[in-house]
Unconditional design. Structure first.
Length: 686
């Protein structure tokens, strides 16, 4: 047929959706479809928070959907665990075998079955809806989902009453912005757009980060403190606010709790004392305190990097106290924002149905410690050994700490492992059954955000590729095979999207526009009204004190503090590579080509002392393991600190490991969260 006689491609109106990834921006998407094929994903210009702009990662989303290595049919393992050798099977064969194995284990003790999932999608439906119902009905072990944000979340709850803060759009009106523990250019692009708008209007931008990130380079000032010392800095800022009387006494008296006790503690933290702990000049602390105490409105954008150390919860508590001391909350462009997730009236209980436990109280296993949990024998204190793991929305072999232990756990021949995935990840290689999952363009979902206050609806733009199925459908079919015949296991995905917010959000508006904005005051705490028990910003937490913990925020030193070990003299943090999101997108070739290869950023002084040249292959090691990568001698690293950019898939690394070979399974002071950035290492030429 001549080219001129071929039928023209037809494209309907763009399909409205939402970005599913673990990012505070939660962008609204428009997907252009021609003849059933998604040809373009772009930002929705009608959504103020997205403004038509996507990050480089999601701009390449069609490469992910149509990736040549996309998993498109169920697979059964035929080689040793970890070999990645599989054969195709049909869905009925796979699901029948999985259900039979789970039933046999559950007959002995359902707690021997463990779900493992996190934020591979942030959607409420494809995350924990039918899946949670399934595991609750089964009576499986509960998973403590703490691997990212729970230290900061607990800190906000103890101080402000929940995951609440200022509205992100008003950062554009601030006169001073502290970007604390965040590389916003890479991980919070739309906030950075607002910060740049403020900068054009004369605002001063200050970055506080152990790494001289792309964001730090664009700010007026950078405080390059040592990892895990943020609380010491915050307490020293309080010291200066108090001694110089840069305080809003009326706001403190009317809307806070525990000021006198906080005052006594803060006065012990002179700038000199904090400077010695933080590794920065005392004058930098004084100057920042003066700016913060005398500039109005002043806003703080926290991110989760700072809470991934032993004292991470206390650090967030300390920073969250600052706006109440100065009365910054009186202004809509003042306050602090770590997460806005607590503003959403999502009915998670209706989606997840914990009532299906029917009075049972299964044990809880912390996902951070999955390596130890999979190797733990049965005991009266632990319960039964874990016999089966169902992994979805996560890649624990790559992302969980102390991955040598994680690998040993998943390599158990007697462990039955099911992985629901889009690709053959590091974890997928250890599966007994590998089930193909849909991408965001192929299913319904509904989303909150932790960086703004809009609800977003995701409609499927295309039919599922190959034999891929949504997570919800996989668990519906497993439930049927397990004999769970309650109608709640048959609810459709669209029905679950409607259920998520009930009458609290206009679903018709979501269908029409793709998003709806929550009705929240512009300055939510201008007159107090914090969602704490007292209604005040609680400098002193009575609830923490009742638990035998310190009711006031304090500096809690790292488990592995810089300068405390002669064997491992370098502190290591592992911030995300700019073009990856956790372990997602690592297999998208265009993005991996930009990143190049796994690297460790080192200061020139530390490299020279070890005879290491730029681009040289190095061995990074501690008692937990070793990691081989390329050294990048760079001013992005401060002396005494190295930056292991992550999170590469292990099998795409230089020697089959990644940076989490070195991190530990210890937990934070609050929130039972990981301490990825609390890690000492040594580096040698390989």
């Amino acid at each position: 047929m001549a080219a001129s006689s071929l039928p023209a491609a037809t494209a309907g109106p763009p399909v409205r959706g939402a970005c599913p990834h673990d990012c505070p921006d939660t962008c609204a998407l428009l997907t252009t479809v021609q003849d059933g094929v998604a040809v373009r994903v772009q930002g929705n210009p009608d959504h103020a928070q997205t403004a038509g702009v996507l990050c480089n990662k999601v701009s390449h989303y069609t490469e992910r959907v149509y990736h040549p290595e996309r998993l498109l049919q169920p697979m059964r393992r035929v080689g040793p665990k970890g070999s990645g050798r599989f054969e195709p099977v049909d869905w009925d064969t796979a699901l029948d075998a999985i259900a039979a194995r789970l039933q046999a284990i559950a007959a002995r003790d359902p707690q021997a079955i463990l779900p493992y999932s996190y934020a591979g999608t942030m959607g409420l439906v494809q995350g924990e809806s039918i899946a949670a119902r399934f595991f609750h009905r089964l009576g499986a072990s509960l998973l403590d989902r703490t691997i990212c944000a729970s230290a900061g979340a607990e800190a906000l709850t103890q101080t402000l009453g929940g995951k609440v803060g200022m509205k992100v759009e008003f950062f554009a009106e601030a006169k001073l912005i502290l970007v604390w523990g965040s590389n916003s250019i890479a991980s919070n692009l739309h906030f950075w757009r607002l910060a740049q708008e403020a900068k054009r209007q004369g605002a001063k931008l200050v970055c506080i980060d152990p790494r001289r990130s792309e964001t730090a380079e664009k700010c007026h000032e950078h405080l390059q403190l040592l990892p895990g010392t943020d609380a010491a800095l915050a307490l020293a800022l309080m010291h200066e606010l108090i001694v110089n009387d840069w305080l809003d006494h009326d706001y403190i008296q009317r809307h806070t709790l525990g000021f006198e006790a906080l005052r006594e503690r803060a006065l012990r933290w002179t700038p000199e004392r904090a400077a010695a702990v933080c590794g920065i000049p005392a004058q930098q602390i004084r100057d920042l305190a003066r700016d913060y105490g005398t500039t109005k409105p002043a806003a703080i954008r926290l991110n989760y990097g700072m809470q991934r150390v032993r004292g991470g919860g206390n650090a967030v508590r300390a920073v969250a106290c600052l706006p109440a001391l100065t009365g910054a909350w009186r202004h809509r462009a003042g306050g602090v924002l770590l997460s806005s997730g607590g503003f959403y009236p999502a009915d998670r209980a209706a989606l997840q149905r914990p009532d299906l436990l029917a009075g049972r109280q299964p044990r809880t296993i912390n996902m951070v410690q999955i390596g130890d949990a999979l190797l733990h024998p049965a005991s009266p204190s632990f319960g039964p050994a874990v016999e089966a793991v169902i992994v979805y929305n996560s890649n624990p072999v790559a992302v969980a700490p102390e991955s040598g232990q994680v690998v040993r756990g998943f390599a158990r021949e007697d462990l039955f492992t099911v992985v629901i995935e889009q690709f053959r990840t590091d974890t997928a290689d250890y599966a007994d059954y590998l089930l193909p999952a849909t991408t965001q363009l192929e299913h319904w979902d509904i989303h909150t955000s932790y960086g703004h206050t809009d609800v977003l609806l995701n409609r499927p733009a295309i039919a599922p590729c190959g034999e891929a199925r949504p997570n919800t459908q996989v668990f519906r079919e497993l439930a049927a095979r397990m004999g769970f015949d309650d109608p709640l296991f048959r609810e459709s995905d669209e029905s679950l999207c409607r259920l998520a917010f009930g009458a609290q959000v206009d679903f018709g508006l979501l269908l029409e526009r793709g998003f709806a904005t929550l009705d929240i005051p512009a300055a939510p705490f201008a007159e107090g009204g914090f969602p704490t028990a007292s209604g005040r910003c609680e400098f002193f937490s009575e609830r923490l004190a009742r638990q035998g913990l310190d009711g006031l925020p304090d500096h809690v030193p790292n488990y592995e503090a810089a300068g405390t070990s002669s064997r491992y003299p370098l502190a290591m943090i592992s911030p995300p590579a700019r073009n990856f999101l956790n372990s997602t997108f690592v297999n998208v070739e265009s993005l991996r080509d930009i990143e190049g290869e796994p690297v460790l950023e080192m200061h020139a002084h530390d490299a020279a002392a070890r005879g290491i040249r730029d681009a040289q292959v190095v061995r990074v090691f501690n008692d937990r393991g070793e990691y081989v990568c390329k050294a990048r001698v760079s001013p992005r690293a401060r002396p005494g600190v190295v930056n292991g950019l992550g999170i590469w898939w292990r099998k795409l690394g230089l020697a089959g490991t990644n940076v989490n070979q070195l991190t530990s399974q210890k937990l934070t002071d609050l929130g039972r969260a990981p301490v990825f950035y609390d890690c000492l290492v040594e580096v040698q030429p390989a």
